[in-house]
Each structure stands twice: as structure tokens, then as C-alpha cells.
Design a protein around this ligand. Sequence first.
Ligand code: ZN
Length: 280
Amino acid sequence: MALLGAIEAGGTKFLCAVGEDPAAPRDIQRFPTSASNPAETMAEVIRYFESRRVAAVGVASFGPLDLASGSITNSPKLAWQNYPLGESIATALNVPVAVDTDVNGAALGEAAAGAGRGVRDFVYITVGTGIGGGALVNGKPLHGAMHPEMGHLILRPHPQDSFKGVCPFHGACLEGLASGPAMKERWGQAAELLPDDHLAWEMEAHYLAQACASLACILSPSKILLGGGVMGRTGLLERVHRETIRLLNGYLRPPEIVAPTLPYPALSGALAMARAILEG
Ligand code: ZN
């Protein structure tokens, strides 16, 4: 079986891995994402793969992206704007490269080897420093004209919330209200320091449930996977599930809301993307 390459390109680090099977990315190494010089980061990434002789590479990347060309577009990381991520790897290694969003990558990984196995329609959402979502529709990642940006869904404020939100574009969108930095800004301390019975968690569940209810209405997923650092809070997932059911109010059958199961879903997805290239 051919050796495949996987890259999870993030705002602070690039993770590289190899493997034959999406279930088992191995030899994982991390390289810091240079804020000023993409070529520096990419030189380390290329060096990693040069010694490992992969047949194809999948890249699950931060965005926004132009998926047709595999380039980063108007990223707030200015040095990376318009960076031809896919092309630079393909040229340096002389192998085919597939690029998708980090969250579509994570969804593909969970579909291949995790909580999305055997599920044709599901959404993967990560709640951490940022909020992003990817979707598999009829077994395929949803791209649309650009790609979905589920972290920027516009929400209705919780009745006790006067916080304006931290999103530089929308203020009180999902990411602006419910990301880790939003919680820290609203409450003056990091989310992990807030006790379980703090109002913060009721609000958090309410906002994430609004997103889940909207996504259920738009995409009709049978499952929604909620991952990321903020979802590590015990009981939050169940709370979001209950609140989603309450908001949908019996109109449609609520999707199952579950935790992802893979340690590196985006790397697993990137391996699945590389495998798909070879399978044509
Ligand atoms: Zn926003």
C-alpha cells in the first residue's frame, strides 16, 4: 500500500504525518506557523516529506481558501494571503496534492475512522480559539461557491447577555459569542476557570444549540459532532443536545449530538484525501 502524506495547517502550527490508513496517522511532527514568512514554515514541511517518499499529500488547512487552486485567500494572517499552499507542495515534492478546509478535513477523518463512520450526512464543529464547521453531505464534503463558514452564523442574543462579541467582522456571531476568547473577554477569566454552574455554560450551550438547530434545518444531518477545547467541559455536550431539542421544539427530528472520537481528525482526513487522489 502506498505511503500517504497528511498536513494539518493551522494558524499557530503545521502538523505533518504519514500513514497508509486514515485511522492511523503516524510519525506526527509539528512546525510553528511563521507569522511573517510562509517560506520558512514550508521549508520545514517539505524537508519532512522529502525523507519519507509519499505518493500523495492531503492538506487540511486554515482559511479562507480557494479550493479550486488550493490557495489561502484573504487570511487575517497577512503574510499568508494568496499563498499557493497546494501548488507549492505539489511542485516541491512532485506528487499530487488535495487541499480542503481544516474542518472539512476533520469531518472526512471522522467519516473514515471515527464517529462519522457509516454516516453519510453529518456536521463537524470545533469550538476552541475559533469556531469552524465542516459538513459531509451524501458522503461528500460540502464546498459551495467558496466553503462554509459555520463559525460566523449570526445568532439571537441570550436574554441575559449584553456582550457585543469579539468577531472583528460581525461582533456577535457564533465565534464572536461562543469561542474560548469570547468567553474570556465576556467573563474576565479563561473558560476553563469558570465553574460548571456558572451562567457562562448556560449561555455557551444556548449559542451552540442555536447553531446546531440552524444547521439541522439547513443541512438535515443525522449527527453533529462537537469537538475542540471548549467542548472538553463535562456535561456541555449533553446540555447543547437538550437545548437543541428545546429550540427545534418537535418540528423536526433532532440530529444526534456526539463527540468526535479521533485524536487527530484533520490528519486522518488529510490521509483520506490523499488516498482519494490515488483512487481517482
Ligand atoms: Zn463572525
